[in-house]
Design a protein around this ligand. Structure first.
Ligand SMILES: Nc1ncnc2c1ncn2[C@@H]1O[C@H](COP(=O)(O)OP(=O)(O)OP(=O)(O)O)[C@@H](O)[C@H]1O
Ligand SMILES: [Mg+2]
Length: 265
């Protein structure tokens, strides 16, 4: 479903992705872990062609995503969810979800907010999948942060994507709400066979929700495996990278206490 080989991306002299190999099967929930600046968002942006990788292979659901010509076809297959939900506050939850269908209605129809009956039924179904059927006709500014993020997930589902790329979708939520949101996302992806690549900062959420974890450090994959295979040493490899030693040629001194010990994981 998703296959990258030796994907590279550089911003000026900053080599952000340094040969990333990643595979994600249909319906698989892959969590990407890595410290700030490791390249997690850049990887997702390259997958959706919001950024263009410099070299390597990138295939998404059979599309060669390195080719410019296929960007529109790619965007129909790939939905994104961000930390801040980007819902429109004055619209109802249902209308927000229907905006996920805008790519499939006519320009006139979208201006007039005219949606086909099957789109409205689909939007209701997507809201039900995130436990918000009863909130369909409420304005989203009357919802909680976690509920707004679930509206964002429902909107992504309404695109009928093959892939959802989620960039720290629960970063601004309390632990209970974060788990609820991740639970809904995982259940929907399993039920609908949607591949999810989800950037997270929390190792415990990665263990709980990931079918697979990919650890990124300085633009390289340093772990790729099932959550139960992730050891304390792997966590240290992901989070205790010397600061840009590859580009300066100098390794920074290692932190005195292993991060996995400090975190108690
Ligand atoms: N548009 C850009 N122009 C220049 N540099 C960029 C751009 N986007 C990202 N970078 C650089 O790429 C590196 C990786 O950034 P990225 O946002 O992918 O990291 P991240 O792993 O998502 O970090 P975080 O956990 O803080 O979100 C950083 O050094 C960043 O400054
Ligand atoms: Mg990021």
């Amino acid at each position: 479903m998703i296959r990258t080989r030796q994907l590279t991306k550089r911003y000026g002299s900053n080599a952000v992705l340094r040969g990333v190999d990643l595979d994600a099967a249909a319906g698989e929930f892959v969590v990407v872990l890595g410290q700030s600046g490791a390249g997690k968002s850049t990887l997702l942006r390259c997958m959706n062609r919001l950024a263009t990788a410099d070299s390597g292979e990138l295939q998404i659901d059979g599309i060669d995503a390195m080719q410019y010509g296929d960007t529109r076809a790619l965007r129909r297959k790939v939905a994104m969810i961000f930390q801040h939900h980007h819902v429109v506050p004055r619209l109802t939850a249902l209308k927000n979800v229907l905006t996920g269908r805008l790519g499939s209605v006519s320009v006139l129809g979208s201006c007039l907010h005219l949606f086909r009956r099957q789109d409205i039924a689909l939007a209701h179904d997507c809201l039900a999948r995130v436990g918000l059927a009863h909130k369909a006709h409420e304005r989203t500014d009357a919802l909680s942060g976690g509920q707004m993020q679930r509206v964002g997930i429902a909107r992504a589902l309404a695109q009928r994507p093959r892939v959802i790329l989620a960039d720290e979708p629960v970063a601004s939520l309390d632990p209970h709400t974060a788990r609820t949101v991740l639970q809904y996302l995982r259940e929907a992806s399993r039920a609908l066979g949607i591949t999810v690549v989800c950037n997270l900062h929390q190792v415990d959420y990665a263990r709980e929700f990931g079918d697979r974890i990919v650890g990124l450090a300085q633009g390289r994959v340093v772990f790729d495996g099932r959550p139960d295979a992730l050891t304390a040493a792997d966590i240290d490899r992901i989070y205790l990278q010397p600061v840009d030693s590859a580009s300066t040629g100098r390794a920074q001194p290692a932190a005195p206490v292993a991060l996995s010990t400090a975190l108690g994981v």
